[in-house]
Design a protein around this ligand. Sequence first.
Ligand SMILES: *Cc1c(COP(=O)(O)O)cnc(C)c1O
Length: 409
Amino acid sequence: MKKNRKTAIETDCIHAGQEPDKLFGGVSVPIYQSSTFAFENSAQGAARFNGTDLGYKYTRLGNPTTAALEEAVAKLENGEKALATASGMAAISTLFMTFLGQGIHVVSTDSVYGPTRTVLEREFSRFGTESTFVDTSDLNAIKKAIKPNTKMVYIETPGNPTLSICDIAGAAKIAHAAGAILVVDNTFCSPVLQKPLDLGADIVLHSMTKFLNGHGDVVAGIIVMRDHALYTQTKNVLVQMGGTMDPHQAWLVLRGLKTLPMRMKTAQDNSIRLAAELIKHPEVAWVKYPGLPSHPQYDLARKQMKGPGAMISFELKGGIDAGRILMDSVSLCTLAVSLGGVETLIQHPASMTHASMGAASRKLAGISDGLVRLSVGCEDFEDIKTDIFEALEKITSQSPALKQAVQAV
Ligand SMILES: *Cc1c(COP(=O)(O)O)cnc(C)c1O
């Protein structure tokens, strides 16, 4: 493909960084499953280490299969450079290790991915980093949280599981005015729906475990940026700390990536229809989905995202018991954490991922007892709907009042 021709994301997912192999013309990028690379002679070895020869040396420092994936995702995000990592958390902790440290302050989203918050509060605090978590759907809350030593604003939008949305362009202005960088976790949207670098973010990251790979069979992450100085700084830390990606893992993600726009479209079409049906169900108190006009930031979602995505949160009127009945009654939807795969996954935070927090802390974080999170997949819409609606009927037939009566007997 001609390098300078402008192509659509559907084309880039299949071709960017993925030229036929130079040796034998293999159409699929070869898996260079080699830890080290031979030098022809001592002069070449010396040149590779002093940077005058850009050939490969050792897989932790760079690998051709991993490089193909990095080139592809950099293009999808309209970035210049990318760094593939062993997991989404490896991407996140590499960025923290690069840009945070003694005496540095970071502002982040209160409902940020749990382990991200834990890494800041429990690990980086040990090295003198301060962190403040605010509702980043309110730009004023970000502004108020900024301190003279704030060097990073780190947001996740839409947030999890609340699906609240942060104005990326607004957050970028606030961060830059304070001399900080804006980092965006774009896992929930994928570059098909949202391109934070175009909106002013300095760095974008993904857990590629989710939509980018999309087949529930790999844990992986990536960091994307435009600025070469930020890239070099981050790369130095990544290759020294060792959170780099394995070539076989890179190949699996390249394979999943090819169908990203198709998967996203199918899952999103299913989600739009499902959200519209759920909101009408008598057991459902409310539905939070960026595609519904009832979403508090519906207009912002329409402006900053190309589509509302495939994540839906909804509240069951029957609270924790109703949540348990729903989880135990679905059969097509898989009861599992994670998201962004071809299979529909269902999760009840109050009885599962967030059970250990206790009811009071959950309430503070906006996670109510009847909250259900759905990652809508690519199955047939009617099949997904039938499964969920039959399970909702079970709640009606086993309502708490009924159960109390049964227990009283
Ligand atoms: C899953 C996830 C992560 C962590 O990614 P891993 O690949 O599990 O390490 C980070 N951010 C978000 C939003 C996620 O959903």
